[in-house]
Design a protein around this ligand. Structure first.
Ligand SMILES: C[S@@+](CC[C@H](N)C(=O)[O-])C[C@H]1O[C@@H](n2cnc3c(N)ncnc32)[C@H](O)[C@@H]1O
Length: 296
């Protein structure tokens, strides 16, 4: 038997593997989100959202990386246009790689950034040292400052509704503005359960001390990005993955046989991830909104 196969039955390797598995159990997604790390390596303008395409019919195969980055800047400007207190302190909650906070600072707003993600904090401290950063989940904020505007740019979906409201009340006063851009689920039966249920969100806000003063459904304007992601998955990711598996089957049949469950696991994971960027499913199951709320 070849030595590389013998490694698979080497007890020392199994002990090391089980130690790694234990470490995996300690993985906290909010502190080190692998998907977000991946996107941050692909897109270089420090924004991790779907962007805003003026023309919802933009064909996916004509979209360049520059077009994506332009759409992301446009999305950020949509948020900035909703800030009414131009001089007051702003908190960019779930700031990602700091792109929005950087544009705000460039435009002379006073912005602070918050994220539980350590890579993002490190990146912002290196690239934008002038931006104050808070390294924690929004739910764990202990800040005693008062913010005039709080922004959740595609980050509110990660935050528990009631806890989020409790915290936002602790760091704002009546008259404050809360800008939320995010997608919401229309019903509870889709494959992907990330994001808040739209009706639940509206009902919670109606019962709270906040009122919605502006809202816009921008689902059509983010769909070009989903169509593009889907195109990459169909034309590159799937063919490359299948090529890799087939190559393994022809070149290392034994290993191919041993890794059947692993390969099925990978297929299942890909199926779930791809469902979340399927533009047709998205349109049926979700709605992408821009909200501006005001504290009563
Ligand atoms: C999809 S990214 C959006 C990043 C950025 N706002 C943007 O628009 O480019 C989601 C952000 O929410 C952050 N996040 C995840 N859980 C959070 C939590 N509980 N509290 C605050 N931010 C959180 C992530 O670390 C990430 O920075």
């Amino acid at each position: 038997m070849k030595t590389k196969y013998l490694q698979l039955i080497n007890p020392l390797k199994w002990v090391k593997a089980s130690r790694l598995k234990k470490k995996d159990g300690q993985y906290d997604k909010s502190k080190s989100d692998l998907e977000l790390n991946l996107y941050s390596k692909i897109l270089k303008n420090d924004m991790l959202h779907y962007g805003y395409f003026e023309d919802p019919e933009t064909p996916a195969d004509t979209i360049s990386i520059k077009d994506i980055e332009d759409a992301q800047v446009k999305y950020a400007q949509n948020i900035i246009d909703l800030i009414t207190d131009k001089k007051g302190l702003i908190l960019d909650v779930g700031c990602g790689m700091g792109g929005l906070s950087a544009i705000l600072t460039e435009q002379k707003f006073k912005a602070e950034a918050l994220t539980p993600n350590k890579n993002q904090i490190r990146h912002i401290q290196q690239k934008y040292p002038a931006i104050p950063v808070h390294n924690c989940k929004f739910e764990d904020v202990t800040e005693t400052k008062i913010y005039k505007t709080v922004i959740n740019s595609e980050s509110f979906q990660y935050i528990n509704l009631d806890k989020g409201l409790e915290k936002i009340n602790a760091i704002t006063e009546p008259g404050a503005r809360w800008i939320i851009t995010d997608y919401f689920r229309l019903h509870n039966d889709g494959i992907n359960k990330s994001s808040h249920l739209y009706d639940e969100f509206i009902a919670t806000i109606e019962k709270s001390n906040w009122k919605i003063v502006y809202q816009k459904d921008i689902t059509p304007n983010i769909l070009p990005m989903l169509r593009l992601l889907n195109l990459y998955v169909e034309r590159f990711l799937f063919p490359i993955k299948n090529f890799g598996f087939e190559k393994l089957r022809y070149k290392q049949g034994f290993l191919y046989y041993l890794t059947q469950e692993l390969r099925e696991g990978i297929d299942g994971k890909i199926h779930k991830e791809v469902a979340s960027i399927d533009p047709v499913k998205f349109e049926n199951e979700k709605k992408y909104m821009i909200f501006a709320l005001e504290r009563k």
